[in-house]
Design a protein around this ligand. Structure first.
Ligand code: ATP
Length: 262
């Protein structure tokens, strides 16, 4: 085993990462989930990891987050990453404002400063009127807003997101993507965003890393040439958008066992 967490001056650096689990069907055997994965994410860079279901995207994210230990390889991050999951990412016993304040309290930020920062984030995420609501009293889209706001409140330079908008309806998803980009553009965070949606990857990313089915490997890296801020409608009319979409589908199509990307 190689030591997992070491600081890099910025962003994320993964080198020759392998992950194997004990095989549930054959005792004594292991199953390789991630095979020799290497990637870098620079400060201010937004990288989407795109791949079919079960290819190991979440496993990769959990390892980078320090929530799981890899079998082999190294992971370095410039700071302790903040993580947004698809669901269950907020504390149900805390209000929206208290959830967002949580990382600030952990950091020991004084109360007055904390209140200002929380109010600012509530405003940015359109949650001002819901500050004192508990997660059970607000919609799924609003809960994800709280989860994203909490991750953004964390001052660290690395943000990891595991299909954070996957469970939302299309309209809410598109609006949260736009809000995330707007806020992220004002920070210098390195973002690793897991998705199985081609459109989502093209809307958000500076670079897309495409993974194969199990064992998950990075089979292609595609730079997304669109500037920022991005206008979703203009983007979809751009012939280059169509070309990259076809290329990504082609890559995903080589792996028919995966669930279809959208
Ligand atoms: N703790 C574990 N023990 C054994 N196998 C595991 C464990 N965690 C994940 N796996 C297996 O690793 C593989 C990859 O799972 P993972 O959740 O990383 O895929 P994914 O690409 O994120 O899938 P999805 O897009 O469906 O969320 C799956 O076959 C899963 O069953």
């Amino acid at each position: 085993m190689v030591e997992s967490k070491q600081p890099v001056s910025h962003g994320v650096s993964v080198r020759n990462l392998w992950m194997a689990y004990a095989d549930a069907e054959e005792r004594g055997k292991t199953r390789v989930i991630l095979e020799d994965v290497s990637l870098d994410i620079a400060e201010r860079e937004f990288v989407c990891v795109l791949g079919p279901s079960g290819c190991g995207k979440s496993t990769l994210l959990r390892i980078v987050a320090g929530l799981e230990k890899q079998s082999l390889g190294t992971v370095e991050t410039s700071s302790r990453p903040s993580v947004v999951f698809q669901e269950h990412g907020v504390f149900p016993w805390l209000t929206a404002a208290e959830n967002i304040a949580y990382p600030l309290r952990l950091r020991g930020m004084p109360k007055a400063e904390r209140t200002d920062r929380v109010n600012e984030l509530l405003g940015m995420m359109g949650l001002k009127d819901f500050a004192s609501y508990y997660p059970g009293q607000i919609s799924g889209g609003m809960r994800q807003r709280v989860s994203v706001a909490r991750a953004l409140a964390d001052d660290g330079g690395v943000l990891l997101m595991d299909e954070p908008f996957g469970a939302l309806d299309e309209q809410t998803r598109v609006s949260l993507q736009q809000e995330l980009l707007r806020i992220w553009e004002q920070t210098s965070k390195a973002v690793m965003f897991i998705t199985h949606s081609v459109d989502e990857a093209l809307t958000l990313a500076d670079r897309v890393l495409v993974m194969s089915t199990r064992p998950g490997r990075i089979i292609e890296e595609i730079k997304i040439p669109f500037g920022r801020p991005r206008d979703i409608l203009a983007l979809r009319r751009d012939p280059v958008y169509g070309e990259i979409t076809s290329r990504l589908w082609e890559l995903l199509g080589k792996h028919p066992q995966g669930k279809s990307a959208s």
